[in-house]
Ligand binder design. Structure first.
Ligand SMILES: [Zn+2]
Length: 261
């Protein structure tokens, strides 16, 4: 009996290589396993899968793309969950430190003293978001090999170029309630898929954080529409306050004041 291969189109959506040049035996979690253990993809070769999950020995930021993404959302989930003082004692994070007196969670400053570190860290977080997007898109549509996603491949897999990630800043103290025990999902349906084709945008909310991804070259021509949509969502500013292009990860607000009750 042969080993299971995680394959449908027979070509890796990241490096575009096929068998026998590459193999497809590693179970590819399209979303880091601790955030969603259910969604298993295909057409992600063993070496690309390994690349996303393995820390680098050189490079400004050694942490793997998977680790940065997973840690970030886990910490945010923890913040939103019901806690007592004991939960805080148990709180451990590689990237965040909790300041009890000010009740603030901050990204460990050591990491952010150097702008080059902060930039690289933010870049890896962005690559992680686009990584999840393309793997989930392929799991649902089987169309990620389309050349319109070449820019995402270059950015995520080879660290070339840059793709903006827009973020809707939350009003201090307000988070939209989601069931935190549910695995993280990216919505794909007829509407979102058509929106990608027509606008080049894909947006989703994860644990109350709202992101707009520029997934194809069309996005740049449709920014005004997206910006107007965001304005409507913002409305009086109760839940969200403004749309920004994420330049540094600490633009995502982790202040606990008002909402850690
Ligand atoms: Zn590959």
């Amino acid at each position: 009996m042969g080993k299971i291969e995680y394959i449908k189109k027979g070509q890796c959506i990241w490096c575009l290589k096929s068998k026998p040049e590459v193999k497809f035996y590693t179970k590819p979690h399209t979303i880091p396993k601790t955030l969603n253990s259910e969604n298993i993809g295909f057409d992600i070769c063993d070496s690309c899968n390994h690349f996303f999950g393995t820390d680098e020995s050189n490079g400004v930021v050694s942490y793997s793309i998977d680790k940065i993404t997973k840690e970030f959302f886990n910490v945010h989930k923890f913040l939103l969950s019901t806690k007592n003082s004991d939960s805080w004692k148990k709180f451990k994070s590689q990237f965040f430190r909790y300041y009890h007196t000010s009740q603030k969670l901050k990204i460990k400053v050591d990491y952010f003293r150097r702008p080059s570190y902060a930039n690289e860290f933010t870049r890896k977080f962005k690559r992680g978001i686009y990584n999840i997007f393309l793997q989930e898109y392929h799991r649902v549509t089987e169309n990620a090999l389309d050349e319109k996603f070449n820019k995402i491949r270059d950015f995520v897999r080879y660290n070339n170029g840059d793709i903006p990630l827009h973020y809707l800043v939350s009003s201090n103290g307000v988070r939209i309630n989601e069931d935190l025990k549910k695995p993280i999902q990216l919505p794909f349906n007829e509407y979102t898929i058509e929106r990608i084709d027509k606008m080049g945008y894909y947006d989703f909310m994860m644990t109350g954080l709202f992101f707009y991804l520029s997934v194809t070259d069309d996005a740049v021509y449709n920014f005004e529409t997206i910006s107007n949509e965001a304005k409507n969502l913002i409305g009086s500013g109760f839940v969200f306050t403004k749309l920004i292009e994420l330049k540094r990860i600490d633009q995502i607000d982790f202040t606990l004041r008002n909402w850690n009750k």
